[in-house]
Design a protein around this ligand. Structure first.
Ligand code: B1M
Length: 208
């Protein structure tokens, strides 16, 4: 089954294999969301387990991430329906000190598919860069992603700096990423939290 092949190719960090297997799955008519959740995301989860168990190191995580990205490129047109009218503007980024961007990219992709205009600040985004983007682009929503328990604290300081700059109330803030919880979001006074990309779309829609 090609879903198993995709899973295996991501685990092995085999980017050409991942690309070929995702292509075959799509040609076979497998739904893009199924490929994403049951093979690509599932494989990254296993990569994390292996890293924790000392079977994988950073280079293996990195090449697995690259393999996943090649699959995502192919899935994007299937996940992103043609946006009709802008549903709102979103500034999004991964917080300072954090280089993980796969989840953030997925959230951006799904929001784009739901008609939002996306300004993607990338990774390692400082509070000052978030503020500058809010002042320049005047978005309806600002999204922050963090994958490390250490960097998620940067969400709190970014909100505090937005408050100090007097722009906090001009924008709704959504946070997410593996270590982030609903309780944490409430504790730092974010307006919304989503555990995954599709729920991020629902939260964004409810806030604009
Ligand atoms: Co890193 N890493 N990593 N890593 N890495 C984790 C996060 C880790 C859990 C692995 C582990 O130990 N099991 C661990 C964190 C432990 C902790 O903090 N408690 C970890 C570590 C320790 C590290 C380093 C410190 C390792 C080192 O150097 N010793 C280092 C840190 C570098 C840095 O950021 N400064 C590091 C580096 C890396 C790579 C660069 C090699 C690579 C990232 C490549 C890239 O992103 N371009 C990497 C990877 C690939 C991972 C794992 C294996 C996979 C992450 C991923 O892409 N998941 C990860 C283990 C894991 O998560 N199980 C791990 C798939 C992705 C679709 O899920 O990002 O959770 P996720 O996004 C989801 C949701 O969280 C949510 O929706 C997304 C889609 O459903 N979501 C949002 C995300 N953002 C959102 C924003 C929203 C709403 C929802 O609103 C705005």
């Amino acid at each position: 089954m090609t879903l198993d092949k995709i899973y295996k190719s991501v685990l092995e960090g085999d980017a050409p294999g991942t690309e070929a297997n995702v292509k075959s799955s799509l040609d076979e008519g497998v739904e893009a969301g199924k490929i994403l959740n049951e093979s690509l995301i599932a494989a990254m989860h296993e990569v994390g387990n292996r890293f924790e168990n000392g079977e994988y190191y950073v280079p293996e995580m990195l090449i697995a991430a690259r393999a996943m990205q090649t699959g995502l490129v192919l899935l994007k047109p299937h996940l992103v329906e043609a946006g009709i009218e802008s549903a709102g503007k979103v500034v999004i980024g991964t917080v300072k000190g954090d280089l993980h961007d796969i989840g953030k990219n997925l959230v951006a992709m799904m929001l784009e598919g739901a008609g939002f205009e996306i300004i993607d600040l990338g990774t390692d985004v400082s509070p000052d860069q978030f503020i500058a983007a809010v002042q320049e682009h005047k978005p309806h929503i600002m999204g922050m992603s963090a994958l490390l328990t250490t960097t998620m604290q940067g969400m709190k300081s970014t909100i505090e700096v937005l408050e100090e700059a007097g722009v906090r109330d001009s924008v709704k803030i959504i946070v997410g990423g593996a270590p982030v919880t609903d309780d944490f979001a409430k504790e730092i006074s974010a307006d919304g939290y989503a555990p995954d990309a599709s729920r991020a779309v629902a939260v964004a829609k409810s806030l604009v």
